[in-house]
Design a protein around this ligand. Structure first.
Ligand code: PXL
Length: 280
């Protein structure tokens, strides 16, 4: 059985970070070791939330895992709350990432703005973690902060390709931009692999609403798909299709939540899709 480590917070309500990564990776059939970086009552898009920092736990956890001789096929980091946590993620990559696929989702911004509590120096520090990843999966806002370029709402394919090349110049061989929209009604992911100088993209029909937390669902599904041996395009396709289905299930519900999507009800779709890929 394949094994992955994921390092991110526990937002007790909010359907993001560990509370989506763990069930999704389990559904994909991967044993998942977790490094919880903090416990919050909700994610930070609520007007208030409690926050208990777990940074001090990370080093002892890693030291114990080293002693046990554990090894993993993948290491995937999501929302990290401080400079210290980014440095610990770098240690994690050094200790457990040598023979593992290292995926960084630089969760820190959306819709042109940084999330509460983050600033430009934090974004640059996140760039240092991206430099030592195999694959990074920012949205365009995060990419703009990583590269210190203005966020653009309207763009064309040449612009996206240029941003992707610049992202790989940070040091990672592959970069994928998520939530890309060249035209109204279509949304998808666009990847660049530096070694082969190849671009790959996948687009879906856009659902009528956007939701918080879909980036975490995308990154968890994509990381799990790759660890299970899917090609880059198939893992991107699985992630885009599962996010779309999760939004679809959400919108089917009367009085649906707006803080996160119904990824739980779309899980049969995820498992069936993965089965079909494995058969095909
Ligand atoms: O979805 C990313 C995320 C994860 N964890 C926390 C967050 C967010 C986004 O706002 O606040 C605590």
């Amino acid at each position: 059985m394949k094994k992955i480590i994921t390092m991110q917070d526990v937002s007790c309500v909010g359907k993001c970070s560990l509370t989506v990564a763990l069930p999704i990776l389990s559904a994909i059939g991967i044993e998942t070791a977790v490094i919880p970086t903090a416990v919050l009552s909700t994610h930070t898009m609520f007007s208030e939330f409690t926050f208990h920092d777990l940074t001090r736990e990370v080093e002892p956890i890693l030291a114990h895992w080293q002693k046990e001789g554990f090894s993993f096929n993948g290491v995937y980091t999501g929302y990290l709350g401080s400079f210290d946590q980014i440095e610990l993620a770098q240690n994690l990559f050094n200790q457990f990432g040598k023979n593992a696929l290292k995926v960084v989702d630089p969760c820190m911004a959306d819709n042109g703005e940084l999330y509460p509590g983050f600033d430009v120096p934090f974004a640059h520090k996140m760039g240092e973690l991206c430099a030592v990843a195999d694959i990074i999966v920012p949205n365009l806002t995060e990419a703009s902060f990583l590269l210190d370029i203005p966020y653009q709402e309207k763009y064309d394919e040449a612009y996206i390709q240029d941003v992707l090349r610049k992202l790989t110049d940070l040091g990672c061989p592959t970069a994928i931009l998520t939530g890309i929209q060249f035209e109204h009604g279509s949304i998808g992911a666009y990847a660049y692999e530096k070694d082969s100088d190849t671009f790959t993209s996948y687009f879906n029909q856009e659902e009528p609403r956007h939701f918080h937390g879909t980036g975490d669902i995308w990154a968890s599904t994509f990381s799990g798909g790759l660890i299970q041996g899917l090609s880059l395009l198939k893992a991107m396709t699985l992630a885009c299709d599962y996010v779309k289905e999760s939004i679809h299930k959400t919108l089917e519900e009367e009085n649906y939540n707006t803080y996160g999507v119904n990824f739980e009800q779309a899980m049969p779709f995820l498992i069936k899709s993965l089965d079909n890929y494995n058969k095909g």
